[in-house]
Design a protein around this ligand. Structure first.
Ligand SMILES: NC(=O)c1ccc[n+]([C@@H]2O[C@H](COP(=O)([O-])OP(=O)(O)OC[C@H]3O[C@@H](n4cnc5c(N)ncnc54)[C@H](OP(=O)(O)O)[C@@H]3O)[C@@H](O)[C@H]2O)c1
Length: 269
């Protein structure tokens, strides 16, 4: 029997991709789920399906995490209203590719707000009751991009590096409080992410992992109270090899790989 049966999970960014797969899997395992994102129409369809299919409670909270007040709103509608959250999946996020100097600053600041600031705020809010209960878990969705600077996706990879470091620190802090924290690091995964980041034309979905595979890796690693889980054997190998190589070599190789994402093409070189 799943450890999540009868518990309640809050999943951010559950309207698509990895977050939706988390909500589906947790509900199938018997967990009540609270799903949040901006696309409330999609979330309502998902919640209805999960309720009728799995006989669990499924609730929707519409929230735009680019809005600094959103984490407080999500908290006050859940824990603040007496609904105990046993598992928080901080999954909402997006990327953008191009030269840093060309991507509009507002868009990159919004990325930091959603990927980092909202994740930190939600972690702070929900961790406190978990520590008081000496029980609970947080999955922070990072990325294989957390492990190195990624040219032409510099802000995105920096947000993901933040999440990895933050999650590892929290994992160690929270051990003595009975709370588990995991940094889940997917590589390229077939979701809506590529379309949002503007990379669909350059990546073949058939060569990517599925969101269900990523979720499985995450939940297994959490059950073992690991601090970091890299999803996919090839991704693990790549990160392992990178760790042994000089950092600037890794960054130069990444620059070659990611150059097609440059908004300046070859004209500036
Ligand atoms: N797919 C990959 O290749 C990949 C690889 C490594 C890591 N990741 C990470 O995995 C996580 C999930 O991404 P995904 O691949 O599942 O992408 P996705 O299919 O595009 O889903 C992203 C989710 O985040 C939500 N979101 C985006 N902006 C938001 C905002 N301002 N407020 C609230 N919710 C927001 C979206 O919901 P709405 O648009 O409805 O708000 C959506 O539910 C992200 O953190 C991403 O960085 C993805």
């Amino acid at each position: 029997m799943s450890e999540w049966k009868g518990k309640t999970a809050l999943v951010t960014g559950a309207s698509y991709g990895i977050g939706e797969a988390f909500a589906r899997r947790l509900a199938a395992d018997g967990a009540n789920v609270i799903v949040t994102a901006r696309s409330s129409d999609r979330l309502e369809v998902l919640a209805n399906e999960l309720r009728s299919r799995h006989d669990v409670d499924a609730r929707v909270i519409e929230a735009d995490l680019a809005n600094p007040s959103a984490p407080e709103k999500v908290f006050s509608l859940t824990e603040g209203a007496g609904v105990q959250i046993d598992l928080l999946v901080n999954n909402a996020g997006f990327g953008a590719v191009g030269d840093f100097a060309d991507i509009p600053l507002d868009h990159q600041i919004e990325m930091i707000q959603v990927n980092v600031t909202a994740l930190v705020a939600l972690s702070h809010l929900f961790l406190q009751p978990m520590i008081r209960r000496r029980e609970g878990a947080i999955i922070q969705v990072a990325s294989t991009a957390s492990f190195q600077g990624v040219p032409y996706s510099s802000i995105y990879s920096a947000t993901k590096a933040f999440i990895l470091n933050f999650a590892e620190g929290l994992w160690a802090e929270c051990r003595e409080h009975g709370v588990r924290v995991l940094a889940l690091c997917p590589g390229p995964t077939a979701t809506h992410f590529q379309a949002v980041a503007g990379t669909s034309h350059l990546r073949d979905p058939k060569k990517m992992q599925t969101p269900e595979e990523v979720v499985d890796v995450g939940l297994k690693a959490l059950a073992q109270n690991r601090s970091v889980a890299i999803s996919g054997f090839g991704n693990k190998l790549m990160i392992g090899a990178e760790r042994m190589a000089p950092r600037n070599l890794v960054t130069r190789m990444a620059a070659k790989l990611y150059r097609p994402f440059s908004t300046r093409g070859n004209q500036a070189r």
